[in-house]
Ligand binder design. Structure first.
Ligand SMILES: Nc1nc2c(ncn2[C@@H]2O[C@H](COP(=O)(O)OP(=O)(O)OP(=O)(O)O)[C@@H](O)[C@H]2O)c(=O)[nH]1
Ligand SMILES: [Mg+2]
Length: 170
């Protein structure tokens, strides 16, 4: 008998221009691809040493955020991508994060916060992003914050390792 490999569902959310699509394709191809704003979503399968993830990258423009919830069902990991240079919109990101965590379909999901665009001058550190988003107040979900740069891929292998550790642990 063959067993179908289990696929773990992952969603990538975050405001427009955060770097979500760049991260999805960096995971997949280890290269920086050219992107345009996502209308709707992209989906790809990513395998990390025999663990299969089905990864949905969802458009982050304001008008699209209201339909993020339609992707929540069966999600095991939420990746929240933050543009670490976008100080003005961190409050919006924080609101979106805490709204998501309150959603019943995400009750059992683990959350990976990616502090992206670390290559840019003046970017906030992962610790600063963590403080702004009040991650320490999250007691209902397993979470982790990781600094990264989607253009070079720095920080992304460590992110995949964390994701793998979460689904293997469960
Ligand atoms: N300097 C720098 N630019 C980045 C990085 N990651 C993404 N970008 C750029 O940021 C812009 C937006 O990236 P996308 O991946 O399309 O952003 P998105 O989050 O998918 O945006 P929406 O689809 O509109 O929600 C592109 O010009 C990327 O090349 C990074 O780590 N550093
Ligand atoms: Mg996109």
């Amino acid at each position: 008998m063959f067993n179908f490999p289990t696929e773990h569902k992952v969603i990538i959310v975050g405001l427009d221009n955060a770097g979500k699509t760049t991260i999805l394709y960096q995971f997949l191809t280890k290269e920086a691809v050219h992107t345009s704003p996502t209308i709707g979503s992209n989906v790809e399968q990513i395998t990390v040493r025999k663990t299969h993830f089905l990864v949905w990258d969802i458009g982050g423009q304001e008008s699209l955020r209201a339909s993020w919830y339609s992707y929540y069902g069966n999600t095991e990991i939420v990746i929240l991508v933050v543009d670490s240079t976008d100080r003005e919109r961190l409050t919006v990101t924080k609101e979106e994060l805490h709204r998501m965590l309150a959603h019943e379909d995400l009750q059992n999901a683990a959350v990976l916060i990616l502090a992206n665009k670390q290559d840019m001058k003046g970017s906030l550190t992962a610790a600063e992003i963590s403080q702004f988003l009040t991650l320490d107040s999250i007691t209902t979900h397993s979470w982790h914050v990781q600094a990264c740069c989607a253009l070079t891929g720095e920080g992304l292998p460590a992110s995949l390792d964390w994701m793998k550790s979460r689904v293997v642990a469960n």
